[in-house]
Each structure stands twice: as structure tokens, then as C-alpha cells.
Write a protein that binds this ligand. Structure first.
Ligand code: GAR
Length: 209
């Protein structure tokens, strides 16, 4: 099997990136790490990637003064330079234009800290607690132009504890994210999950915490 060449896009801590790098260090995993790319040169995850021997670069979005197509063209140039044919968003906190998303259709995946389509956007754990849900979790999906949307490759869920604090819930979901992302990505790349319109067949990977 030819391994895909993955670029992992981050904006900060990079713990999901680290989970993907650990999985990709196994030659049996269907993708290898080609590049870690951040929009923020100060992202902690860049050092983690370099320590793991993976090329890590930044394209500082602030240098482009709101010109998103120019920012994305610069990122695209770095992706091409490293031969990336797969993009894994891992806590990448910039919105992408429809044109960039279209150019990576079915080759760009994201992880989001909620059970989509519930709670797209930010502050997902606080909002889940405010809504009084019994179950919460995370989602790995193919990226479509609308924020935090696209065919669902996998979800992991847990039961919310009575009176649970947002930070505690976030930590429990994050541990699930680190399990779900490599598992869902692997199943997708091996062809066990395939897009059919806006759904995934035979059905999303399901994990429980
Ligand atoms: C993760 O919880 C990820 O799901 C979330 O940001 C965090 C990044 O942490 N992503 C989003 O909210 C995207 N909509 P990490 O840098 O330690 O992986």
C-alpha cells in the first residue's frame, strides 16, 4: 500500500497532531507525516513536531492582512513543496475559503470537539453543559466549505457527569479525540469508509469513552 503524505495543520498546542504523529510513526499506518504547518509561528506544536523529526513550518496569517486567498496560496505552496496529498486539520483555527476547501475535497479532514451537527464553532464544552446534554464527544469529518460541516467519518461519545466542570469535560473529550482521530483517518484511508454524497458508507466509526 502506498502511504499518503499528510500535512497536519495546527494553530496551538498540537495534542491531536501529536496523536496523529504517533500513529503515523508506525509504517503500517496508511499515511506518513510530510509536514506540520501552523498559521502561528509561536504554536507550541511546532516544537513537538520538530522533536519528533517532522518538518514544521509556519505561514503567519497576520502577514497577509486579511487576504485569505493569498494566505492560502502561501500555505498551498508549502504543502506542494512537501508533496502533501492529504490535509489533517488538528486545532487549526482559521476559516478556509470555499475555493481552498474545494481544491482538497475528500482529501481534507478535521476534528471537532462536539458531536456534530450539535455545537459547531467555539466553546463547545461550555455550550454542551449549558444545554444540559447527557452525552457529548467529538467528531472527525471530511471538510466542506461551511464551518464544522461535512461527511462524518467517526464520532466518540461519553456521558456528562452531574455538575461536571467545563475543563474536566474538555479533558475527557480531548483524550477521546486522541483515540478517534487516528482510528477514523486510518479507516477512511484504507477504504473501509467511503463518501457517498454527504454521508459516509457503511457508516461512521463509533467509539465510546
Ligand atoms: C481540539 O480540541 C480540537 O478538537 C479543537 O481544538 C482543540 C485543539 O487542541 N478544534 C476545533 O475546535 C476546530 N473547530 P490541540 O491543539 O491540542 O489538538
Amino acid at each position: 500500500m502506498t502511504r499518503r503524505r499528510a500535512a497536519i495543520l495546527i494553530s496551538g498546542r498540537g495534542s491531536n497532531m501529536a496523536a496523529l504523529l504517533a500513529a503515523m510513526a508506525d509504517p503500517a499506518f496508511p499515511a506518513e507525516a510530510a509536514l506540520v504547518l501552523s498559521n502561528d509561528p509561536a504554536a507550541n506544536g511546532l516544537e513537538t513536531a520538530r522533536a519528533a523529526g517532522v518538518p514544521a513550518e509556519a505561514v503567519d496569517h497576520r502577514a497577509f492582512r486579511g487576504d485569505r486567498p493569498a494566505f492560502e496560496a502561501a500555505m498551498g505552496e508549502r504543502l506542494a513543496a512537501h508533496g502533501a496529498d492529504l490535509v489533517c486539520l488538528a486545532g487549526f483555527m482559521r476559516l478556509l475559503t470555499p475555493g481552498f476547501v474545494a481544491s482538497w475535497r475528500d482529501r481534507m479532514v478535521n476534528i471537532h470537539p462536539s458531536l456534530l451537527p450539535a455545537f459547531p464553532g467555539l466553546r463547545t464544552h461550555e455550550r454542551a453543559l449549558e444545554a444540559g446534554v447527557a452525552f457529548h464527544g467529538c467528531t472527525v469529518h471530511l471538510v466542506r466549505p461551511e464551518m464544522d460541516s461535512g461527511p462524518i467519518l467517526g464520532q466518540a461519545m461519553l456521558g456528562v457527569k452531574p455538575g461536571e466542570a467545563p475543563d474536566d469535560l474538555a479533558a475527557r473529550v480531548l483524550a477521546l479525540e486522541h483515540r478517534l482521530y487516528p482510528a477514523a483517518l486510518s479507516a477512511f484511508l484504507r477504504g473501509e469508509l467511503r463518501p457517498e454524497g454527504e454521508r459516509i458508507l457503511p457508516g461512521p466509526l463509533a467509539l465510546a469513552g
